[in-house]
Design a protein around this ligand. Structure first.
Ligand SMILES: [Zn+2]
Ligand SMILES: [Zn+2]
Length: 350
């Protein structure tokens, strides 16, 4: 997935922002809804909504680096309640290395250690003790999102991949069913970011983060992680060899191929060690639905700016706006144009 320069997708700053030019507001019309959201979400301060002067915006964003940027994004941080509600991993109160996450209301848990629901076609299938599907059954699924739209007769829902309705047979065929294998017992091996050492640069760091995942015999696992700074410079990037056997590289959405992972020896543990050096608990991480990235990284971190929460779906949770639509609307940039959202079934759109 592309990671656009996140400076340019920051929503408008409140007009009361200290030490910034007056009204550094994104000229986009969506600004008003974010103000309303933030004001209603228990964020700091109150402010009035004013139409910005377009000419100031780029200059203001360009001036936001280092401590100034860090201070600027504080008002967009997720609250404790938002982190819980949106399924971010939290440390288990009793078990070291275990995490607890609130699952999406539509999430379907694996019924037993040897039974799983396919994350693509919803079929129930049986796996052996190692997580391999017992029967060789192909998986027919729709890779696109189920979009609701208004038609003359009311509302209809069709898949964006082939315009088939919800009853239509999948337009894409894969050799096997795959599953996220959702099970609270699987949330082990988590690490938490540590408080910063006074005087270190991580004190004021703001990074954007994105992960790619594949399907393995264990469920969904990390295959690549990318961290960029405020200027889109890559500060850390690595392919990752999953712990379990890969069943599907999820290439349409991840862009990751078998060849790319062939000689990779970096493990999740290696990545966790690198990220715990790069991040402190005060580091601001920006991303879209970072809860799924954190689950793949097995990382507990609560200083987060989540664009899926800042730019909410008009129907409210659990619906989320697709990153590609936000990028097109707010940045005038086309991203992910080769496939669809990274989580197509979780992004029902109007
Ligand atoms: Zn389809
Ligand atoms: Zn399937």
């Amino acid at each position: 997935m592309n990671i656009p320069s996140f400076q340019h997708k920051l929503p408008a700053a409140p007009s009361t922002a200290p030490s910034l030019p007056s009204h550094p507001v994104n000229p986009n019309h969506r600004v008003q809804s974010h103000f309303s959201t933030l004001a209603g979400g228990g964020q700091k301060g109150s402010w009035s909504i004013e139409k910005p002067a377009k000419t100031d915006v780029q200059a203001v964003y360009k001036s936001l680096t280092g401590a100034k940027l860090y201070q600027f994004v504080q008002r967009y941080l997720m609250t404790k309640e938002q982190l819980l509600e949106n399924g971010y991993p939290h440390a288990h109160p009793d078990v070291k290395g275990k995490a607890v996450c609130k699952l999406d209301s539509r999430a379907v848990l694996s019924p037993s250690p040897t039974e799983r629901y396919c994350s693509r076609c919803n079929a129930l299938f049986v796996v052996d003790d190692w997580g391999f599907p017992k029967a060789i059954v192909s998986c027919a699924y729709h890779w696109g999102r189920a979009n609701k739209r208004r038609v003359a007769t009311g509302l209809e829902t069709r898949y964006s991949c082939c315009m088939g309705d919800l009853q239509s047979e999948g337009c894409c065929l894969a050799s096997t069913h795959v599953s996220d294998n959702l099970n609270p017992d699987n949330y082990t091996g988590f690490v938490s970011t540590l408080p910063p050492n006074p005087g270190t640069s991580s004190h004021h760091a703001v990074y954007a983060l994105d992960c790619e995942m594949c399907y393995t015999t264990g469920g969904s696992e990390l295959t690549r992680v990318t961290v960029v700074d405020h200027d889109s410079r890559v500060v850390y990037e690595s392919f990752v060899q999953p712990h379990n056997q890969i069943l599907d590289y999820n290439t349409r959405f991840s862009g990751i191929t078998e060849e790319q992972l062939e000689d990779v020896t970096t493990t999740l543990r290696d990545v966790q060690a690198a990220l715990l050096t790069l991040f402190s608990s005060s580091t601001v991480l920006v991303g879209h639905s970072l809860e799924s990235d954190f689950r793949a990284l097995k990382l507990i971190h609560h200083t987060v700016v989540d664009t899926s929460v800042l730019f909410p779906h008009k129907m409210g949770p659990p619906y989320k706006r697709a990153l590609r639509n936000l990028a097109s609307e707010h940045l005038k940039k086309i991203i992910q144009n080769d496939g669809d959202s990274c989580c197509p079934r979780h992004d029902l759109n109007f």
